[in-house]
Design a protein around this ligand. Structure first.
Ligand code: ADP
Length: 559
């Protein structure tokens, strides 16, 4: 800021030198000497002013980039800390737009926008002060102009604000549409709906453009650029009037007009900078909305943290997403080391039930406790690090196989442990068959894996952290029969010594279970061993016969 003020003061003093030059030329006797002095001073001033200007710009740029970096870090940390419910509600594309483009708008608001606004307004104040020093009478026109300028700027900002907000919002939506189409490209292509997606995108992109044009129109109607011309003409007339009445010298008139012309900078820049500020504010508002949204789950850092034994108790648990109850009055117990299979039709609430154990969601009423302590009393970090989940939908990062397996341990995972886990998960062999072995990149830049291979990597990942409780969602996994046997072995291996909640439709796996829960529309209608349930539970028999018909190979391959 100080450098900015110095730059402007030096720049405006050039007008004074120009004025003195005119006065010097009028007094021919000493003109040459004086002109030489003036010329030398000009060079000196320009050099110092240039250095100040450059340093001011560097400071502003550093400030703006640090500001953006901190804001990004804060947003990222806040996003990772949000609950699953929060993330379910968000459109990924819109979140990405906020994290990238809105952040850029925020950074642009600091530099160049705030930087130039401060620069131009300090220039305004300095020029007006210099005009006052020159001759207070000369202040008439510039002061009038500033009053008009102030009101015009206020009106301009108010008009821009809603349009800028809508522009940012529309940009986020455009991004969300694009993101969805790219993420779901397989479905789009398989159903030949490219045209529909293109139309949707064009509609969004056009609306974004319309707001952009509207923004441009408001900028185009900005009055001060026009008014400045009128102000300059009036100032010149006023100056000439004072000159003809010998109130000011010719040099002073020249200086006055030089200072007036400097107002051009603040006027022209304000069109652009205030638009940037409005966009920055709109972006900041969107980022803040995201960050401020309630994190529904209390992480309870510093809560109960002990080595887990794996004794899970559901006591009259009821849960709903929004208003429809999904689980109703569910009670059961899984003792340490037991395998509990959960069966039921699709949508019965099996996955939901498992998500209450590691607090992806919290119960509405009743309690879920582990080792006699309500999960809400557990330190979230301690709770989750001792529970592993293998989802139906296995997510692998676009990193190497080794990094994917070692993910749960972060930087603490060494190669030997990773390989042991891969061995146990029956994954070592297929990993070795890749040219780069454990260093093979997965996903976007590397190989794509089959369902069975992904599942074994997920098992290896879960084995590595040696969890006390394992949640295994195997209900929809489509695995070719060649790898079936290996997967079964891997799963069998991973169940040992852990409390496991196993969602499955494989008869062979159901038979390993110590107890089976039968869910129907969110109600736990029976629990017991396979034989007991076959004997007494009609629903179980129906499910069973359904599985029986659907998966004949697993029935005959039972153990
Ligand atoms: P299952 O695993 O038995 O197939 P889920 O537990 O996945 O069943 O789902 C139970 C019910 O909860 C379904 O009716 C489903 O539509 C609903 N549901 C699942 N996840 C969500 C969610 N994130 N938000 C709202 N409803 C959900």
């Amino acid at each position: 800021m100080l450098l900015c003020i110095a730059t402007n003061a030096l720049y405006s003093s050039i007008s004074f030198l120009a004025g003195s030059a005119f006065n010097a030329v009028q007094h021919k006797a000493t003109a040459l000497e004086q002109l030489l002095m003036i010329a030398l001073s000009l060079i000196g001033i320009i050099l110092v002013q240039g250095t100040c200007d450059l340093s001011a710009r560097v400071c502003a740029e550093i400030l703006s980039k640090r500001f953006a970096r901190n804001a990004r870090e804060e947003l990222y940390t806040s996003l990772l800390g949000k609950s699953q419910t929060f993330h379910n509600r968000q459109q990924v594309g819109d979140v990405m737009a906020r994290a990238s483009n809105d952040m850029t708008q925020l950074s642009d608001m600091v530099s160049p926008a705030f930087d130039i606004i401060f620069d131009s307004f300090s220039s305004l104040v300095i020029n007006i002060a210099f005009i006052g020093l020159l001759n207070p009478q000369l202040l008439l026109v510039p002061v009038l102009y500033i009053v008009v300028f102030y009101f015009a700027l206020r009106r301009y900002s108010r008009q821009l604000s809603p349009v800028s907000n809508q522009m940012r919002e529309e940009f986020g939506q455009t991004n969300a549409v694009l993101n969805e189409a790219v993420a779901g490209i397989e479905v789009v292509k398989a159903t030949a709906q490219e045209n529909q997606e293109i139309r949707k995108f064009i509609t969004r992109a056009s609306r974004y453009r319309d707001f952009y044009v509207q923004n441009g129109k408001i900028q185009g109607r900005y009055l001060p650029t026009l008014l400045l011309g009128v102000a300059l003409a009036l100032a010149f007339l006023h100056g000439l009037y004072l000159l003809s009445h010998q109130q000011i010298s010719l040099g002073a008139l020249i200086t006055f007009m030089g200072l007036m012309t400097n107002l051009r900078f603040v006027t022209f820049m304000s069109t652009w900078t205030f638009s940037l500020v409005q966009l920055g504010i709109a972006g900041a508002r969107r980022i803040l909305t995201l960050m401020k949204e309630e994190t529904e789950l209390d992480e309870n850092a510093g809560g109960y943290h002990e080595q887990m034994r794996g004794d899970i108790v559901f006591d009259h648990v009821t849960f709903s997403y929004g208003n429809t109850p999904i689980l109703k009055d569910v009670s059961f117990r899984a003792r340490p080391g037991q395998t509990i299979a959960i069966v039921g039709q699709t949508g019965a609430g099996k996955s939901t039930l498992t998500k209450l154990v590691n607090r992806i969601y919290d119960v509405d009423s009743g309690t879920v406790s582990i080792d006699g302590t309500d999960v809400r009393q557990w330190d979230m970090d301690s709770l989750r690090s001792q529970i592993s989940t293998i989802e139906q939908d296995i997510f692998l990062f676009s990193r190497t196989i080794a990094e994917n397996i070692g993910y749960g341990l972060g930087s603490k995972a060494d190669r030997a442990t990773i390989e042991t886990a891969a061995h146990d998960a029956q994954a070592h062999e297929f990993i070795q068959s890749f040219a780069q072995g454990y260093e093979t990149e997965i996903g976007e830049r590397g190989v794509t894996l089959s369902g069975g291979q992904r599942q074994r990597l997920a098992i290896a990942r879960a084995l590595l952290t040696d969890p006390r409780i394992l949640i295994l969602d195997d209900s929809t996994s489509a695995i070719d029969s060649a790898t079936e046997d290996e997967i079964q072995k891997a799963i069998r291996r991973i169940l040992q010594g852990r409390t496991t909640l196993l969602i499955t439709h494989r008869l062979s796996q159901i038979r390993w279970a110590d107890s089976i829960l039968v869910l129907r529309k969110g109600e736990l209608i029976d629990q017991g061993t396979h034989e007991e349930l076959l004997a007494r539970c009609e629903t179980y028999r129906r499910i069973f016969s359904h599985y029986d018909a659907a998966v004949p190979t697993t029935v005959s391959s039972g153990d």
